[in-house]
Write a protein that binds this ligand. Structure first.
Ligand code: MTE
Length: 327
């Protein structure tokens, strides 16, 4: 019998309109009928091939589907082709085109996620438990890689906070750690010594609870393709892209700051916080500007914004911290 995660009362979920301009968004099978027929424990997302239309049934009583634009985000999104053919995913190789070429072999169903550590509710949950009963939202977020390129991406998912609250973290939960699947048979990069596997990331609990932190299951209204981190990945839009861990299989609430892959691999170059910060150069290059993928003027660069343009929403998290030290 699959473990059950307690549902969260709608009143405990921060309404997105408190943070975003929202406009109504209805696509696919909004399933008043289907939801009722399947019952309240119905899976929220019907497993589908990567890139297929994202069809899902939701619990109409509690769900709102919303197209949510991140603040100040009026830029034109990158194309599906650009977003899915220029990736970092070392489990499939270090080249930008390797993930598109090799990630198809990863089987993303069945999929389980372990939740453990400092929380009242822990266990090993089938993915469907994770995806129910969220209302999926589309959020168009800027994405900034530490290598100084950037994109604008229409992700589909739900706030990380909504997920985490269901596990009732204890007062000792000061951080949340995430882990990627370890499956060298389908992830050829894991047979090589490029990084310490499995890939790990982490956030401070208040960062994780910030409404901008987002669990992603789709892209452009379609099922997330494997190279983009299917079936479940994290996006933290005010931080460099490497915080956005893909193919998540474990979430651990911890009292101490968890080890993270890139800060272990090169502690002088990649910090735990990894906030986008044009004022703190990477040891090998400036972070002051970025190159938007797809810009017809390939060499044209634009200024990088503090916290990737999300300072109004997140700067208060770092009040009093020396961001040169905690980079
Ligand atoms: N997650 C895993 N498991 N393995 C990785 O190599 N690369 C990170 C991050 N998440 C990575 C990962 C880095 S360095 C970046 S920039 C982003 O994923 C890239 O996300 P994208 O390919 O969707 O643009």
């Amino acid at each position: 019998m699959a473990a059950r995660i307690p549902r969260i009362a709608p009143s405990e979920i921060t309404p997105p309109e408190a943070y975003f301009n929202r406009r109504a968004f209805l696509t696919g099978a909004l399933a008043a009928g289907a939801g009722a027929a399947l019952g309240r424990a119905a899976a929220a997302i019907v497993p589908a091939q990567s890139g297929a239309p994202l069809t899902y049934t939701i619990d109409a009583a509690e769900s709102v589907e919303a197209l949510v634009h991140a603040p100040g985000q009026n830029e034109k999104p990158n194309t599906w082709e650009q977003i899915t053919h220029y990736n970092n995913y070392y489990e499939f190789g270090t080249g930008k085109s390797d993930p598109a070429e090799y990630a198809g072999q990863l089987q993303t169903r069945p999929w389980n996620v372990i939740v453990d550590g400092e929380a009242e509710v822990t266990g090993n949950f089938p993915l469907e438990e994770f995806l129910n009963p969220y209302a999926l939202e589309e959020r168009i977020y800027r994405f900034r890689c530490v290598e100084a390129w950037s994109m604008v991406i229409p992700w589909v998912g739900f706030p990380l906070a909504t997920l985490l609250k269901r596990f009732k973290p204890t007062s000792r939960a000061k951080y949340v750690a995430f882990q990627t699947l370890y499956r060298p048979s389908q992830m050829p990069g894991q047979r090589l010594d490029i990084l310490q596997w499995p890939y790990r990331e982490g956030l401070r609990i208040d960062e994780a609870m910030n409404p901008l932190a987002f669990m992603v299951v789709g892209l452009y209204g379609r099922v997330l393709p494997n190279q983009s981190g299917a079936p479940l990945r994290l996006i933290v839009p005010w931080k460099y892209g490497f915080k956005g861990i893909k193919a998540i299989v474990r979430i651990t609430f911890t009292e101490n700051q968890p080890a993270t892959t890139w800060s272990q691999a090169a502690p002088d170059e990649y910090g735990f916080y990894a906030n986008v910060n044009p004022n703190v150069p990477h040891p090998r290059w400036s972070q002051a500007t970025e190159r938007r993928i797809g810009n017809p003027f390939f060499h044209e660069r634009q200024p990088t914004l503090m916290f990737n343009g999300y300072a109004n929403e997140v700067a208060s998290l770092y009040k009093g911290m020396d961001l040169h030290r905690y980079f």
